[in-house]
Each structure stands twice: as structure tokens, then as C-alpha cells.
Design a protein around this ligand. Structure first.
Ligand code: SF4
Length: 363
């Protein structure tokens, strides 16, 4: 069997957001942020429910005004995963969100001011609410910008360290830190730098990453480089689109690096001139039918019977297309021939059988 490289993770201290541990050796936590109007309680709960089904472990919502802050009470009642309030500028809203039962808040201390930050810290301390110090290249303090000539990695890190000092002065250590930038190189350099200077858990993300394709590339590179170096405790892939896709891509990044094996890892060949089936349609259909599957399994979808089983020998289960007649194979061994029109159904049956037998063994 092929040996996988093991990534040595940097030790960070554990911080709890509700009952979810972030850092301190816990599995890397996948989180996302809703794109509903938080005042629309029903829509927000519905979207968080879909995120939960997709395996998302922390949900963040924007809290732009008092009505949104009040909605948190009802949202919290109907969701299973911890809730984080995203606050900009207003310490009043941060305190109200804390009082309304959120498990964590995210603030950018740079746009709130020290005195008001202290009020937030004291409210969070009373209720065991974790705080993410979310420094963002786009909203860095003026003094940092002029000292460093722009939102450089060093400027982001100094801003975060200054904020951490204010929290620590008040004996508050339930902190996570993020240093986001839409520039991947800046983001990677900033996290590397801060990872050497603090052991608070780090929340990784590329901000304003764009649409699905653009964000998948930027996030995979930015978050992927850092995770590969052992840096990072929780990740958020940011997409202009459905947040459920964010969770899906986040898990794909973790699977690709063999960090967390959750869900099906579908491998498919590029369909060269030897391809004997409509592989594009087949991949689309299999992905659709496996959406929501939590068990890890490497599933191969290959275009021809001549090379398919061999090329995908490391897959747990796979199918290879043939003119009228395809093949089902496991770990590179052909199990049986299958009529082309039945390939997907047979594959699904085999996957379900495999999942059931794994569950039985685990009992
Ligand atoms: Fe081409 Fe067959 Fe390889 Fe797919 S499995 S890339 S169709 S040779």
C-alpha cells in the first residue's frame, strides 16, 4: 500500500467554540459563513441546517444591526453547531451578540478601539465566549499602514500581536487569530510569521477569493501551503456563492492533503482518445448521487477498460467504461463486467455495501 506523508502540525493551545475544540491537536475544523440576511431567522436556520448536513462544524453569521443581534437568540435555538457572530466596528453589537448566546465572535480590533475592546473582552470572559481576532489587509489600522507602507505580512502580524496583548492584559486567552488578505502570497507569509510568534489557534482563509473556480484555486494554494507546513487549526473557504460549496471545497482540501479523510474522494481520468463512455456525464452523476456521503472512500471513474483499472489501482472501488460493456474493479482487480447502462447503479450498490460492511465492523 502506498505510504502517505504525515504532516507534523504545529502545537497550538486548545480553544473551545461551544463544544468544538479548535487547536491543541484537534482535527482541523471546517467552518463557513451564511449569506442570508441574519434578521431572516428562518432562512438563516435553513442555510445553517444545510451546512450541518455538509459536515460544516462552525457557522458564522453577520451581525450588522440590533435586529440581527436579537435574531441570534432564535437562530441558536434551532441549530446544532456552534454559532459565531461576525461584528464590524460596533462593540455594542458584539456585547449584545454575546448576551444573546453565541459561542464565539469575530471582531477586527483594529476598527473598534482599545477601550471598547476591553468591554467586549469582559462580556466574553463572563460567558466563556471565544473571540477571533480577525485582522484583514483591507481594514488595517492607519498607523500600521504608514509604518509598513501598506498591508504587508509584517504589518498584519504586528496588528494582531498588539491586539493579543490587550486580551492577555485582561487575562483572556480564548483567542483564535486570522490574518486575511485577498493576496495569497501575503496571506501565506503573514500566517507563517505569526505562527512563529504565537501559539493561539489560527483560522486560515483567503478573503474575497471570488467565484467557485477562482476561490478553489486561491484557497487550495493559500490554505493548502500552510496546512502542508503544519500551520492552521480551522479553515474557511470563502466563495461568492452557496456556503455549502465552501464546506465541500474545504473538505476536498483536507482530503487532498490526507489531513482529514471525510467523504468520497472521486478520481477520474482526463478521458483521452481511448475513452469509450460519456465520462463527463458519468462523473457529474456520480458526484450528485454521492453528495452528503460522510465516509471516506477513493472512487475511480475511468474512461476505458484497457488502462482504467490499472491506472486507478489505489482506488477502493472503481468503474471503467467499455463499448457497451464496462468493468467494476476494486483495488485494481476486476470484479466483473457490467452493462454500460448499469455502471452507475452497480457502482452505487457496491459503495453502499462497502459502507454497510465498514459500519458493521466498527460496531
Ligand atoms: Fe485514456 Fe483510458 Fe487512461 Fe482514461 S483510463 S486517460 S480513457 S487511457
Amino acid at each position: 500500500m502506498m505510504e502517505h506523508l504525515t504532516i507534523k502540525r504545529k502545537k497550538t493551545r486548545p480553544v473551545y467554540v461551544g463544544d468544538v475544540q479548535v487547536g491543541g491537536g484537534a482535527p482541523i475544523v471546517v467552518q463557513s459563513m451564511t449569506c442570508t440576511d441574519t434578521r431572516d431567522v428562518k432562512a438563516t436556520i435553513e442555510q445553517i441546517g444545510r451546512l450541518e448536513d455538509a459536515g460544516c462544524e462552525l457557522a458564522r453569521v453577520a451581525v450588522p444591526d440590533r435586529e440581527a443581534a436579537q435574531s441570534l437568540v432564535n437562530i441558536k435555538k434551532d441549530i446544532k453547531i456552534p454559532l459565531i457572530a461576525d461584528i464590524h466596528f460596533s462593540h455594542i453589537l458584539a456585547i449584545e451578540a454575546i448576551k444573546n448566546g453565541v459561542d464565539g465572535i469575530r471582531i477586527n480590533p483594529g476598527n473598534i478601539g482599545k477601550e471598547k475592546i476591553r468591554e467586549i473582552i469582559s462580556a466574553a470572559g463572563e460567558r466563556d465566549v471565544a473571540i477571533r481576532i480577525g485582522v484583514n489587509a483591507g481594514s488595517l489600522e492607519k498607523e500600521m499602514l504608514s509604518k509598513y507602507g501598506g498591508p504587508t505580512p509584517a504589518a498584519l502580524v504586528e496588528s494582531a500581536l498588539n491586539s493579543i496583548a490587550v486580551f492577555e492584559d485582561m487575562g483572556f486567552y480564548s483567542i483564535k487569530v486570522s490574518l486575511k488578505s485577498s493576496d495569497v502570497a501575503t496571506m501565506v507569509a503573514a500566517y507563517r510569521l505569526i505562527s512563529d510568534k504565537t501559539d493561539y489557534p489560527l483560522h486560515l482563509g483567503v478573503t474575497e477569493a471570488g467565484s467557485i473556480i477562482s476561490s478553489s484555486v486561491k484557497s487550495s494554494i493559500g490554505i493548502g501551503i500552510l496546512l502542508y507546513e503544519g500551520i492552521g487549526d480551522t479553515i474557511r473557504v470563502s466563495i461568492t456563492g452557496d456556503p455549502v460549496t465552501e464546506a465541500d471545497i474545504a473538505y476536498r482540501i483536507l482530503r487532498t492533503l490526507n489531513i482529514r479523510r471525510v467523504g468520497p474522494d472521486i478520481i477520474s481520468c482526463p478521458a483521452c482518445g481511448r475513452c469509450e463512455i460519456d465520462l463527463f456525464r458519468l462523473v457529474e452523476e456520480v458526484e450528485k448521487r454521492l453528495a452528503g456521503m460522510k465516509e471516506y472512500m477513493k472512487i475511480a471513474l475511468m474512461g476505458c477498460v484497457v488502462n482504467g483499472p490499472g491506472e486507478a489501482a489505489e482506488a477502493d472501488i472503481g468503474i471503467a467504461g467499455g463499448r457497451g460493456l464496462g468493468m467494476l474493479f476494486k483495488k485494481g482487480e476486476v470484479i466483473r463486467k457490467v452493462k454500460e447502462e448499469n455502471l452507475v447503479d452497480v457502482l452505487m450498490d457496491e459503495i453502499e455495501g462497502e459502507v454497510a460492511s465498514r459500519r458493521k465492523h466498527a460496531e
